[in-house]
Design a binder for this molecule. Structure first.
Ligand code: GDP
Length: 762
């Protein structure tokens, strides 16, 4: 052991000059004089560094948790979020432990071996009570405090007690002492003590020779200690009770760091057998550490055994603080002080490196585990969000194509359908006009079918007229219906079906059923041929007065019309009249000869016409006489008499056959002429109405289908917007997870660097 000291320090006495206040030489490894950084700085810096890393990890897990909360559920399973929350709790726990982590050294030994004195000398202050006999009644923990004034706290209480209470609480000689396993914490200002400022906590224990439960002690106060110092009395040897305690410690802790200081070495100063005693103590201590406890090798054990005088060291330190020389005259004092310094140095090295390893290695490993799990989680999220994004982009492309196709098809079909509807409408218009014209031509048949009894009385005629109007109205209507309806409705049905099929193909499957049900559930489409004959024929005025067919007026009319016919040209010519007005013809019975049979041939008319014209052109009686004389002279009286007789017979016949039936026939003829004229006027309007009805029907069906397609395109556009939003969200998730993954890698790298710098190098 002495060899190791001589290697590290040069043995110069204070009197040799060049020392500091304590009289030490400039090359002495004194903490006050040396510029070497304290070994404890390893722990201090490592703690600072790992705290920084864990603060960053804490921020990272906070960010990760916030990020995971904002990510849609379909991307992140619930257990991942739970895992992230667990990480947060774990990191918070580690950070909290790290904050409290310090180097802990515990002093054990029998009563009055000088444990408190040794601690005081390390602290450079007389903090703990010392004295002969059993002075320390309970565990006293000395730790640094940011407060400027020292204070005490006892277990389970936050109350700050005055330092003066320590004498009562921690001193075994006082009556108010605590139990031996109780603990009093002494909070000492860090600015007053280097050791405490460098995160060291020192524990002083009651003597292990006092009747105590060692297991309870160890469990309560020793398990988190980095180094144990056995303070033995150099005047005797290591006792069994001391050995027993450390046996128990090494059972509970694997490879505890144990230092053995043989205190009170000053008492053996000048003794002849000092060297033999030292040798004997050293051998026994080495055997105890390396063989009995087996916690280190023989060489390591050698470097953990010291022969010191805590009392002298304390005195020296107290004098140093005052800037005075130590007032110690004992032989070899300085050698013992040097050995004390060596003990201090070795203790600090061991404390620092052990604490860094035991405390931070586990935290580093756990930090790495958390960070790598979180990094993997972020990578999974990144991959999943990326693949989801790809899926959404494909869906968007498909939807856009479908939308484009639907819109183009709709545009194309709108043009097509417009043309088709126009063609159908024109066709309907033509068909209706043709059918109505046919019906008008066949109007007389329809009128003849009307069999209501007729009477020329005006009241009866009015009722008859009204019923006839209704008969014609329903007859023409039903005839048109039977001629056109089936054809039209079939055509309509075909067109509507084609329209529906083509439009339905543009709709998504779920809307296709709606589209197929869009046509109203009714019977086949019917065109309404409403004619309203009552209104049309409201101005019809029959003329049922008797008119002799060979009367003057009738003949004149016939003459005039024949002249008109001649003037117009032969029948069949463009000027020929297709209808011969019959209104003024005499009534005819069905069995009577037709009025044409009474009409003389064309050549005979020339004589008569000349006579008539002459008679018309003559003035009064003079003209009549001239005409009569001329006839008498030309044909003779017999012919005249015969003609007169025939004329009379015809007149009588016509007068006799002028019955109600004849009047009805005349009425019907007049009605047919009138109604046909009126109906001809409304042919265009009716056909236009019908075609309009068809157009309305087809257009409304098409409009309804278009509306469905429009709804479907609107849905698609909305869906596209939704997909865009999802893609944006996924992009954000992807990039954020990437950033977080990089952060995780960065933090893992920081932990690796920490491991290499502070853990692997020890
Ligand atoms: P503890 O009970 O183990 O804490 O012992 P203390 O530190 O209270 O010391 C008991 C007594 O031994 C005190 O009177 C000290 O002054 C004295 N003492 C401690 N260390 C030394 C030393 O190295 N040399 C001498 N001569 N006396 C010492």
């Amino acid at each position: 052991m002495s060899g190791s000291i001589s290697r590290s320090v040069s043995l110069m006495s204070p009197e040799d000059g060049g020392g500091l206040a304590a009289g030490l030489p400039p090359n002495t490894p004194s903490k006050t004089a040396s510029n070497d950084p304290s070994p404890l700085q390893l722990f201090v810096q490592a703690k600072k560094k790992i705290n920084e890393i864990f603060r960053e990890i804490g921020e990272y897990v906070d960010d990760s948790e916030k990020f995971l909360d904002s990510v849609p559920e379909n991307i992140i399973p619930q257990e991942t979020i739970k895992k992230a929350k667990d990480f947060k709790g774990k990191v918070a726990g580690i950070t909290e432990v790290l904050e409290r982590d310090h180097m802990k050294v515990a002093f054990f030994g029998r009563t009055s071996n000088g444990k408190s004195t040794a601690i005081n000398s390390l602290l450079g202050e007389k903090i703990l009570p010392t004295g002969i006999g059993h002075t320390t009644s309970c565990f006293l923990q000395v730790e640094g405090s940011k407060a400027h004034e020292a204070y005490l706290t006892v277990e389970d209480s936050e109350e700050h007690l005055k330092l003066s209470c320590l004498t009562q609480l921690g001193n075994a000689l006082c009556e108010q002492k605590l139990e031996s396993n109780a603990q009093v914490r002494i909070h000492w200002p860090v600015e007053k003590c280097r050791l405490l400022g460098e995160e060291v906590v020192i524990i002083d224990s009651p003597g292990i020779d006092v009747d105590v439960d060692l297991d309870d002690w160890i469990d309560k106060h020793c398990l988190d200690s980095d180094v144990f110092v056995l303070v033995s009395n150099a005047e005797s040897t290591i006792m069994l009770t001391e050995k027993k305690f450390f046996h128990k410690v090494s059972e509970k802790l694997s490879n505890p760091n144990l230092f053995i200081i043989h205190n009170r070495w000053d008492c053996s100063a000048g003794e002849e057998c000092q060297a033999q005693v030292r040798k004997q103590h050293t051998e026994r201590a080495i055997d105890f550490l390396s063989k009995e406890l087996g916690i280190c090798t023989k060489e390591e054990a050698e470097s953990r055994i010291f022969f010191i005088s805590a009392k002298e060291a304390l005195q020296t330190r107290l004098q140093e603080v005052k800037g005075l020389k130590p007032n110690i005259s004992t032989e070899d004092y300085f050698t013992r002080y040097l050995e004390f310094q060596e003990f201090e140095k070795q203790l600090e090295y061991c404390l620092s490196s052990t604490a860094v390893k035991t405390k931070f290695a586990a935290h580093t490993a756990r930090g790495k585990d958390i960070i790598s799990s979180s990094g993997r989680m972020m990578l999974d999220i990144q991959d999943l969000s990326y693949s989801n994004k790809q899926g959404e982009e494909n869906a968007k492309k498909e939807l856009m194509d479908r939308l484009d196709f639907t819109e183009r098809q709709l545009e194309m079909m709108t043009y097509e359908m417009k043309d088709k509807i126009c063609a159908i409408v024109e066709d309907v218009e033509y068909k209706v006009a043709k059918a109505l014209s046919d019906e008008i031509r066949r109007l007389s048949v329809l009128v003849d079918e009307f069999n209501e009894p007729f009477h020329p009385d005006p009241l009866v005629v009015n009722v008859y007229k009204s019923k006839l109007n209704q008969h014609i109205e329903s007859g023409v209507g039903s005839n048109l219906k039977s001629r056109l309806s089936s054809d039209l409705s079939q055509n309509m049905e075909v067109q509507q079906k084609e329209m529906m099929d083509r439009m339905t193909a543009l709709l998504p499957p779920e809307k296709q059923t709606v589209s197929r049900n869009i046509l109203p559930r009714r019977e086949a489409f019917e065109v309404l041929y409403h004619l309203n004959c009552e209104n049309l024929c409201s101005d019809f005025q029959e003329d049922l007065s008797f008119r002799f067919s060979l009367g003057f007026g009738a003949l004149m009319k016939r003459l005039m019309s024949s002249t008109q016919v001649k003037r117009r040209g032969p029948p069949g010519s463009p000027y020929a009249s297709t209808s011969i007005p019959r209104n003024n013809l005499p009534p005819l019975t069905p069995d009577s000869p037709t009025f044409e049979s009474f009409i003389p041939p064309q050549d005979d008319w020339s004589v008569l016409s000349k006579v008539a014209i002459a008679s018309i052109s003559s003035q009064g009686t003079m003209g009549g006489l001239i005409l009569g004389g001329l006839l008498f002279k030309t044909v003779g009286w017999r012919v005249l008499a015969f003609t007169g007789m025939v004329y009379g017979i015809v007149y009588s016949y016509e007068r006799l056959t002028w019955t109600n039936q004849a009047k009805m026939r005349l009425f019907k003829r007049q009605y047919v002429d009138h109604a046909a004229r009126k109906l001809r006027l409304i042919v265009d309007m009716t056909s236009a109405n019908c075609s309009h009805q068809v157009q309305q029907e087809l257009s409304s069906t098409f409009a309804r289908l278009c509306h469905l397609v429009d709804e479907s395109t609107a849905d698609m556009k909305e869906e596209l917007k939704q997909i865009d939003r999802t893609i944006k969200e996924l992009e954000e998730v992807c990039s954020r997870s990437k950033v977080l993954r990089n952060e995780a890698s960065f933090l893992a790298n920081n932990l690796d660097v920490f491991q290499r710098s502070y853990l692997d190098s020890i």
